[in-house]
Design a protein around this ligand. Sequence first.
Ligand SMILES: Nc1ncnc2c1ncn2[C@@H]1O[C@H](COP(=O)(O)OP(=O)(O)O)[C@@H](O)[C@H]1O
Ligand SMILES: [Mg+2]
Length: 209
Amino acid sequence: MRIAFLNQKGGVGKTTLAVNYAAEMARRGSRVLVIDADPQGSALDWAAAREGDPLLPVVGLPRATIHKEIDGLARDYDHVIIDGPPRVTDLARSAIMAADLVVIPVQPSPYDVWAAAEVVALIDEARVFKEKLKAVFAINRRVVGTAIGRDVADALATYDGVPVLEAAVAQRVVFAESAAQGMAVWEVSPGELADTEIVALVDALEDMK
Ligand SMILES: Nc1ncnc2c1ncn2[C@@H]1O[C@H](COP(=O)(O)OP(=O)(O)O)[C@@H](O)[C@H]1O
Ligand SMILES: [Mg+2]
């Protein structure tokens, strides 16, 4: 499967969810490749921060040719995960064209709900000639014990054709701590809440295939 984590808004968790999704698939025995499509190179930084053996390969491809190059790049892998750029629309379009499934991370905030209109417009545009393209919202950084996650899920439901995943990911410091070491949450705190949430997210995305 080719899956892109996209949102024109920065800081919503594209890189965090992309690398943890990829790492969970690697844990399950799949051959995974991460394409870092962000000119800022955060997924590459994540991989470089690691000591010891890499968990999975990350290649940088911040060019609007991802959809043309993906067949060649994907040849030896079961799953290719594209970590999308903020803002740059031509890169986002290319990532959408390269993907079977687009995951749109959103934080539980009305600003994120409004900002999502931009990426949803790109999805709608792509679906004109790519009917089978799947897209889904994933709520990230939900604050435990608050209702805003539910409110945001309700607000996002007004975007047609892009459902909201039940499996939300909470605000947990281990996401930043593990990233600083170039590791996945399952490596740093296996069996704990962040790990369980990523497993549930991956299961839900696998079900969408
Ligand atoms: N669920 C989470 N809990 C805690 N921190 C998070 C979570 N998701 C992302 N972060 C942190 O928020 C910041 C932005 O996340 P990042 O994945 O880089 O977003 P994007 O790739 O969309 O710009 C990073 O510092 C990251 O460690
Ligand atoms: Mg990023």
